[in-house]
Design a protein around this ligand. Structure first.
Ligand code: HEC
Length: 152
Protein backbone atom coordinates (compact mmCIF):
# COMPACT_ATOMS: atom_id res chain seq x y z
CA UNK A 1 0.00 0.00 0.00
CA UNK A 2 1.28 3.44 -0.91
CA UNK A 3 0.35 6.46 1.18
CA UNK A 4 0.36 9.62 -0.82
CA UNK A 5 0.36 12.59 1.55
CA UNK A 6 0.36 16.04 0.02
CA UNK A 7 0.55 19.04 2.34
CA UNK A 8 -1.95 21.66 1.25
CA UNK A 9 -3.00 24.96 2.85
CA UNK A 10 -6.36 23.39 3.72
CA UNK A 11 -4.67 20.53 5.61
CA UNK A 12 -2.35 22.92 7.44
CA UNK A 13 -5.29 25.12 8.45
CA UNK A 14 -7.21 22.06 9.67
CA UNK A 15 -4.18 20.93 11.72
CA UNK A 16 -3.84 24.41 13.25
CA UNK A 17 -7.55 24.47 14.08
CA UNK A 18 -7.29 20.98 15.59
CA UNK A 19 -4.33 22.03 17.73
CA UNK A 20 -6.20 25.15 18.94
CA UNK A 21 -9.27 23.09 19.86
CA UNK A 22 -7.02 20.61 21.70
CA UNK A 23 -5.39 23.39 23.74
CA UNK A 24 -8.82 24.71 24.75
CA UNK A 25 -10.00 21.18 25.59
CA UNK A 26 -7.00 20.70 27.90
CA UNK A 27 -7.75 24.04 29.63
CA UNK A 28 -11.47 23.24 29.86
CA UNK A 29 -10.89 19.76 31.30
CA UNK A 30 -9.84 21.26 34.64
CA UNK A 31 -7.11 18.62 34.93
CA UNK A 32 -4.09 20.89 34.43
CA UNK A 33 -1.97 20.84 37.59
CA UNK A 34 -1.89 24.35 39.08
CA UNK A 35 -1.20 23.26 42.67
CA UNK A 36 1.80 25.16 44.06
CA UNK A 37 2.15 22.38 46.64
CA UNK A 38 3.15 19.81 44.05
CA UNK A 39 6.06 21.86 42.69
CA UNK A 40 7.20 21.48 39.07
CA UNK A 41 8.03 18.25 37.26
CA UNK A 42 11.87 18.49 37.02
CA UNK A 43 12.12 18.72 33.18
CA UNK A 44 9.38 21.39 33.17
CA UNK A 45 11.25 23.36 35.85
CA UNK A 46 14.44 23.15 33.80
CA UNK A 47 12.64 24.33 30.66
CA UNK A 48 10.96 27.27 32.42
CA UNK A 49 14.25 28.35 34.04
CA UNK A 50 16.12 28.07 30.75
CA UNK A 51 13.43 30.08 28.94
CA UNK A 52 13.51 32.76 31.66
CA UNK A 53 17.32 33.06 31.56
CA UNK A 54 17.38 33.33 27.76
CA UNK A 55 14.61 35.94 27.79
CA UNK A 56 16.32 38.06 30.45
CA UNK A 57 19.72 37.93 28.72
CA UNK A 58 18.31 38.70 25.26
CA UNK A 59 15.82 41.39 26.30
CA UNK A 60 18.25 43.20 28.61
CA UNK A 61 20.90 43.57 25.90
CA UNK A 62 19.81 47.10 25.07
CA UNK A 63 19.60 48.36 28.67
CA UNK A 64 22.23 50.97 29.33
CA UNK A 65 23.37 52.18 32.70
CA UNK A 66 22.93 55.99 32.78
CA UNK A 67 26.25 57.75 32.09
CA UNK A 68 28.07 58.76 35.25
CA UNK A 69 25.98 56.54 37.55
CA UNK A 70 28.25 55.04 40.22
CA UNK A 71 26.58 51.91 41.60
CA UNK A 72 28.83 51.94 44.66
CA UNK A 73 27.79 55.48 45.63
CA UNK A 74 26.96 55.18 49.40
CA UNK A 75 23.76 57.24 48.94
CA UNK A 76 22.56 54.75 46.34
CA UNK A 77 23.54 51.76 48.47
CA UNK A 78 21.66 53.16 51.47
CA UNK A 79 18.52 53.71 49.42
CA UNK A 80 18.84 50.22 47.92
CA UNK A 81 19.17 48.66 51.38
CA UNK A 82 15.86 50.26 52.39
CA UNK A 83 14.12 49.07 49.24
CA UNK A 84 15.58 45.59 49.65
CA UNK A 85 14.49 45.27 53.29
CA UNK A 86 10.87 46.21 52.55
CA UNK A 87 10.40 45.03 48.95
CA UNK A 88 12.65 42.00 48.44
CA UNK A 89 13.69 40.40 51.75
CA UNK A 90 10.15 39.12 52.56
CA UNK A 91 10.59 36.69 49.64
CA UNK A 92 14.33 36.34 49.03
CA UNK A 93 15.51 36.78 52.67
CA UNK A 94 18.85 38.53 53.24
CA UNK A 95 22.35 37.69 54.48
CA UNK A 96 22.01 36.36 58.03
CA UNK A 97 18.21 36.20 57.80
CA UNK A 98 16.39 32.89 57.31
CA UNK A 99 13.88 32.63 54.49
CA UNK A 100 10.21 32.64 55.48
CA UNK A 101 8.48 29.23 55.17
CA UNK A 102 5.68 31.03 53.31
CA UNK A 103 8.10 32.15 50.56
CA UNK A 104 9.61 28.67 50.45
CA UNK A 105 6.15 27.25 49.74
CA UNK A 106 5.87 29.22 46.48
CA UNK A 107 6.28 27.55 43.05
CA UNK A 108 8.84 28.46 41.92
CA UNK A 109 10.27 29.36 45.33
CA UNK A 110 12.19 32.66 45.33
CA UNK A 111 15.89 31.73 45.49
CA UNK A 112 18.26 33.25 48.06
CA UNK A 113 20.16 35.82 46.04
CA UNK A 114 23.67 35.62 47.56
CA UNK A 115 24.78 32.87 45.16
CA UNK A 116 22.76 34.09 42.19
CA UNK A 117 23.78 37.72 41.77
CA UNK A 118 27.16 36.72 40.28
CA UNK A 119 25.39 34.87 37.43
CA UNK A 120 23.85 38.09 36.08
CA UNK A 121 25.40 41.28 34.75
CA UNK A 122 24.12 44.72 35.81
CA UNK A 123 21.79 45.17 32.83
CA UNK A 124 20.15 41.75 33.42
CA UNK A 125 19.62 42.55 37.11
CA UNK A 126 18.14 45.92 36.14
CA UNK A 127 15.83 44.16 33.70
CA UNK A 128 14.64 41.56 36.24
CA UNK A 129 13.95 44.13 38.95
CA UNK A 130 12.25 46.60 36.56
CA UNK A 131 10.06 44.11 34.63
CA UNK A 132 9.62 41.25 37.09
CA UNK A 133 9.13 37.66 35.89
CA UNK A 134 5.71 36.63 34.64
CA UNK A 135 4.24 33.27 35.82
CA UNK A 136 6.42 33.34 38.92
CA UNK A 137 5.90 35.46 42.03
CA UNK A 138 8.66 37.92 41.00
CA UNK A 139 6.93 41.33 40.87
CA UNK A 140 7.70 44.22 38.52
CA UNK A 141 9.02 47.46 40.04
CA UNK A 142 5.84 49.25 41.20
CA UNK A 143 6.94 52.69 39.91
CA UNK A 144 7.73 51.92 36.24
CA UNK A 145 8.93 55.50 35.58
CA UNK A 146 11.50 55.39 38.42
CA UNK A 147 14.44 53.73 36.67
CA UNK A 148 16.72 55.59 39.12
CA UNK A 149 15.23 53.55 41.98
CA UNK A 150 15.72 50.32 40.04
CA UNK A 151 19.37 51.10 39.28
CA UNK A 152 20.07 51.73 42.97
C1 HEC B 1 6.56 37.98 46.17
C2 HEC B 1 7.89 37.42 46.20
C3 HEC B 1 9.03 38.19 45.57
C4 HEC B 1 9.43 39.48 45.83
C5 HEC B 1 8.78 40.49 46.78
C6 HEC B 1 10.63 39.69 45.05
N1 HEC B 1 10.94 38.56 44.33
FE1 HEC B 1 12.59 38.30 43.14
N2 HEC B 1 11.93 36.46 42.62
C7 HEC B 1 10.80 35.84 43.11
C8 HEC B 1 10.66 34.55 42.51
C9 HEC B 1 9.55 33.54 42.77
C10 HEC B 1 11.76 34.39 41.63
C11 HEC B 1 12.11 33.17 40.78
C12 HEC B 1 11.65 33.35 39.36
C13 HEC B 1 12.01 32.17 38.47
O1 HEC B 1 12.81 31.33 38.86
O2 HEC B 1 11.49 32.12 37.36
C14 HEC B 1 12.53 35.62 41.72
C15 HEC B 1 13.70 35.85 41.02
C16 HEC B 1 14.53 36.93 41.22
C17 HEC B 1 15.85 37.09 40.62
C18 HEC B 1 16.52 36.09 39.67
C19 HEC B 1 17.22 35.06 40.52
C20 HEC B 1 17.80 33.92 39.73
O3 HEC B 1 19.00 33.94 39.45
O4 HEC B 1 17.05 32.98 39.42
C21 HEC B 1 16.37 38.27 41.09
C22 HEC B 1 17.73 38.86 40.78
C23 HEC B 1 15.37 38.84 41.97
N3 HEC B 1 14.27 38.02 42.02
C24 HEC B 1 15.53 40.03 42.64
C25 HEC B 1 14.54 40.63 43.42
C26 HEC B 1 14.65 41.95 43.99
C27 HEC B 1 15.89 42.85 43.91
C28 HEC B 1 13.47 42.20 44.64
C29 HEC B 1 13.05 43.47 45.34
C30 HEC B 1 13.03 44.66 44.56
C31 HEC B 1 12.63 41.02 44.49
N4 HEC B 1 13.31 40.09 43.74
C32 HEC B 1 11.36 40.88 45.04
C33 HEC B 1 9.93 36.35 44.07
C34 HEC B 1 9.99 37.62 44.61
Amino acid sequence: MRINFVLTWKKMLAALLGATVLVFLVGWSGLVSISAASGHFAPVRWFLGWTMENAVRRQSMLEDRPAGLDLSDPALVLRAAGHYATGCAPCHAAPGIAQSPVAQAMTPAPPRLEDRIGDWDDRALFWIVRHGIKYSGMPAWPAQHRDDEVWS
